[in-house]
Design a protein around this ligand. Structure first.
Ligand code: PEP
Ligand code: MN
Length: 335
């Protein structure tokens, strides 16, 4: 439930309502927009409703129930959207967020070369897996903490921010020393203990949509992170599993529109894991931007053929450069 306050509501009235809600054991989430102040009520409201008629509280214009199970992630609570701040960059603001880098960090030379190239093309974030959750236990599992260190050094050398996947609660303290944003991979979208832990970490989180998850399940997963007090959550649509096998996954472009309607969280597109093949990366990325995505995360490698993972879908530096120029054109056409 949210309380929409009257334009004339005073600070003492807002504080009195907050105190009342806390008295009944409810969580309070204050959102001060340009139009109105909204107080989000989080938790079991039955005791409150048994004793208080919320509409009659001084300063309240009206009460609106939030129909969905997710509250903090809902559009109702933040009608104007809720941009995320990551390393000084606003995702969900005017500028398109561009994250690029290899599937996996493989060597110092590889990641430094990539950081230089993607920065020159206009990316603000360097991506790269240090811990790789691979389908087969025999496949390359990543450089682990050494990978984080190389990512950080390469990003710092070229003025970029680091986004990298975390896969376990126990690694978060170390990972936080090197990453500006944690990525929760598709396979871990419903690893609820991990979601709570990244929520508590306070580090911004890029939450990939699960391979077979509905949009509402994905937003419930985001709610786990937000409910721990972490304000900076970004959704990432990376394709879902369907009957179609021509692409690696089916990029759900409709999910961009639906997530934007239901949720205030910024949303980005991962065309690489959806496409699975270089030839489809550009059209999917452009479609995502055209649909209103706030950014993209794209796999780029100095020598894709030699990549230790996801070789078929990684762009060369030249291909990435062309893609950025086209995405910027689409983005500015919509502005
Ligand atoms: C990745 O970004 O390299 C990755 C493993 O992505 P996903 O979790 O979407 O498969
Ligand atoms: Mn990959």
């Amino acid at each position: 439930m949210i309380f929409i306050m009257k334009q004339s509501a005073t600070e003492p009235q807002i504080e009195a309502i907050t105190a009342t809600l806390k008295k009944y054991g409810l969580g309070v989430h204050l959102s001060k927009g340009t139009e109105a102040t909204i107080i989000g009520v989080i938790g079991d409201k039955s005791k409150l409703l048994a004793h208080v008629t919320p509409e009659l509280l001084p300063g309240v214009e009206r009460c609106v129930p939030i129909a969905q199970s997710y509250k903090l992630a809902s559009r109702t609570l933040h009608p104007e959207g809720k941009p995320a701040l990551v390393g000084g960059f606003t995702i969900g603001g005017k500028e398109l967020a561009i994250m690029a880098g290899p599937c996996a960090v493989e060597s110092e030379e590889q990641i430094f070369e990539t950081a230089k190239a993607v920065n020159a093309s206009g990316a603000q974030f360097l991506r790269g897996g240090a811990y790789k959750p691979r389908t087969s236990p025999y496949a390359f599992q990543g450089m682990e903490d050494e990978g984080f260190k190389l990512l950080r050094a390469a990003a710092d050398a070229h003025g970029l921010r680091v986004v990298s996947e975390v896969i376990a609660e126990t690694q978060l303290d170390t990972a936080a020393q090197y990453c500006d944003m944690f990525q929760i991979g598709a396979r871990n979208m419903q690893n609820f203990r991990l979601l709570k832990a990244v929520g508590r970490s306070g580090v911004p989180v890029l939450l990939k949509r699960g391979i077979a998850s509905t949009i509402d399940e994905w937003l419930d997963a985001a709610e786990y992170i937000l409910a721990e007090g972490n304000e900076n959550v970004i959704l990432c649509e990376r394709g879902i599993r369907t009957f179609e096998t021509a692409t690696r996954n089916t990029l759900d472009i409709g999910a961009v529109a639906v997530a934007r309607e239901r949720s205030s969280l910024p949303i980005i597109i991962d065309p690489s894991h959806a496409a699975g093949k270089v030839a489809y990366v550009e059209p999917l990325a452009l479609a995502g931007v055209a649909a209103g995505a706030n950014g993209v995360i794209v796999e780029v490698h100095p020598n894709p053929k030699e990549a230790m993972s996801d070789a078929a879908q990684q762009l060369t530096f030249a291909q990435f450069d062309v893609l950025v120029k086209k995405m910027e054109k689409v983005h500015s056409a919509l502005a």
